[in-house]
Design a protein around this ligand. Structure first.
Ligand code: 7FY
Ligand code: CA
Ligand code: ZN
Ligand code: ZN
Length: 467
């Protein structure tokens, strides 16, 4: 299988050793650090060529990335590159193409007929036959919606055989037990061509728990149809698993472009379009929600967030689901409760409490807990300042007392009466250095909480280091 390649571990980057990773054997440790560095750069957006590798901050970034990686692989979350972590990093994974966007399988193999058949040979333990059928059907539908291809279940011989198998299973690509490789698929062709194998030792789910069968099946079917991996981190054909909500899943634009490059456009008179990663410096960019987060600032947009480091001013783009797998996309409001070291995120009438990378027990809860009237079913923006939390809804705001845990009397009030100069509805707000930074469309407004006036207006994207 051409897509099963070892990670190129030979890229030699100058790396000094940090205290946290001090070695029993200097030489071996240096080599291990390179493995960790390269792996995290490749799969976890660790910034490249960091100038001062021994500063506190670059270490803490690496530690955080390591924790995310360890959580992903269900290892002990230590933030240290221990033996099991290094072992996982050296397992063969899908290689990353260095071009932009989708890639066809080398030699451009494709099916010569558009009406393809599939057959599900067996079932894993954890999912019912009906759940497996539903997941696989939906995975095919993702591709048929975007192309002229159609898929039907076959009782007998089929183009695409789907099977749950373990370890050595006769195709020279043995599976590896839980985690690591989840599945693989063969490029279009006769016999084993197009077939999809799932590692039966994984925990297959129809939820956000690892690993969602629909999502992995949709990815593998992409290979069955002739697509290789994409370098677009938002693409279904990206080499790394990331959870997205199946019930509202839309095939990303990069994958639509890929499948249509092989089979042509869909027969549908309305051509499907799909989501693509927001571009940081698009002047039309607006934010869903913004909050401070333990000294950093998070800017939410769709299924992504940008994270800005205050001093280094470095900004990186991440998936919400990579950090908090059970959170939905499209977060609408967020604030940090500094006293309790919690971040609250809102979508519709639900909210979640995060302590770092952990979602607190008992969430999501209903926003009626805050004391909103029942006609408030969503919040535009929220921010906390000196034990009070401000909630913005349309042209009004509420003020909540964090200590008494109750809404203050006399609210809602009009935004314009208290925050003079804030005229339109706001998308997002956060607090820093006694300023509220309000975001509305492509602009932000810095509101001085001491002087009670706007002292600066700028373009929203300046916060992402764009001009
Ligand atoms: C996946 C694969 O397709 C291969 O041919 C060889 C190795 C693979 N790695 S995997 O099983 O860990 C895997 C990685 C990512 C499986 C699925 C996905 C995935 C990516 C994006 C969305 C959903 C799933
Ligand atoms: Ca496996
Ligand atoms: Zn196989
Ligand atoms: Zn793949």
């Amino acid at each position: 299988m051409s897509s099963l390649k070892m990670l190129p571990l030979l890229l030699l980057l100058h790396m000094q050793l940090s205290k946290a990773f001090l070695p029993p054997s200097q030489h071996k440790e240096e080599k291990n650090m390179k493995i960790v560095q390269n792996y995290l750069e490749k799969f976890y957006q660790l910034p490249k060529n960091r100038r001062q590798p021994t500063t506190e901050n670059s270490d803490s970034v690496m530690v955080e990335k390591l924790k995310v990686m360890q959580r992903f692989f269900r290892l002990n979350v230590t933030g240290k590159p221990n033996e099991e972590t290094l072992e996982m990093m050296q397992k063969p994974r899908c290689g990353v193409p260095d071009s932009k966007g989708f890639m066809l399988t080398p030699g451009s193999p494709k099916w010569e007929h558009n009406n393809l058949t599939y057959r599900i040979i067996n079932n894993p333990q954890q999912l019912s036959k009906a759940d497996v059928e539903a997941a696989i059907k939906k995975a095919f539908q993702v591709w048929s919606d975007a192309s002229p291809l159609g898929f039907t279940v076959s009782e007998g011989k089929a183009d695409i055989d789907i099977a749950f198998v373990q370890r050595v299973h006769g195709d020279n690509s043995p599976f590896d037990g839980p985690n690591g490789i989840l599945a693989h698929a063969f490029q279009p062709g006769q016999g084993i061509g197009g077939d999809v194998h799932f590692d039966i030792e994984e925990t297959w789910t129809s939820t956000s728990e690892n690993y969602n069968l629909f999502l992995v099946a949709a990815h593998e079917i992409g290979h069955s149809l002739g697509l290789s991996h994409s370098s677009d981190p938002g693409a279904l054909m990206y080499p790394n698993y990331a959870f997205s909500e199946p019930s509202t899943y839309l095939l990303p634009q990069d994958d639509i472009n890929g499948i249509q490059a092989i089979y042509g456009p869909s027969d549908n008179p309305i051509q499907p379009t799909g989501p693509s990663a927001p571009t940081a410096c698009d002047p039309r960019l607006t934010f869903d929600a913004i909050t401070t987060f333990r000294g950093e600032i998070l800017f939410f947009k769709d299924k992504y967030f940008w994270r800005r480091h205050p001093q280094l001013r470095r900004v990186d783009l991440n998936f919400i689901s990579l950090f908090w797998p059970s959170l939905p996309s499209g977060i609408q409001a967020a604030y940090e409760d500094f006293e309790r070291d919690l971040v609250f995120l809102f979508k519709g009438n639900k909210y979640w409490a995060l302590n770092g990378y952990d979602i607190q027990q008992g969430y999501p809860k209903d926003i009626s807990n805050y004391g909103f009237p029942s006609n408030v079913q969503a919040i535009d923006a929220a921010v906390s300042y000196r034990t009070k939390t401000y909630f913005f809804v349309n042209n009004q705001f509420w003020r909540y007392d964090n200590r008494r845990q109750s809404m203050e009397p006399g609210y809602p009030q009009s935004i314009a009466s208290t925050f003079q100069g804030i005229k339109s509805r706001i998308d997002a707000v956060f607090q820093k250095n006694n300023f509220f930074f309000f975001f509305s469309g492509s602009r932000y407004y810095a509101f001085d909480l001491n002087g009670h006036r706007i002292t600066r207006v700028g373009r929203s994207i300046q916060w992402l280091n764009c001009r």
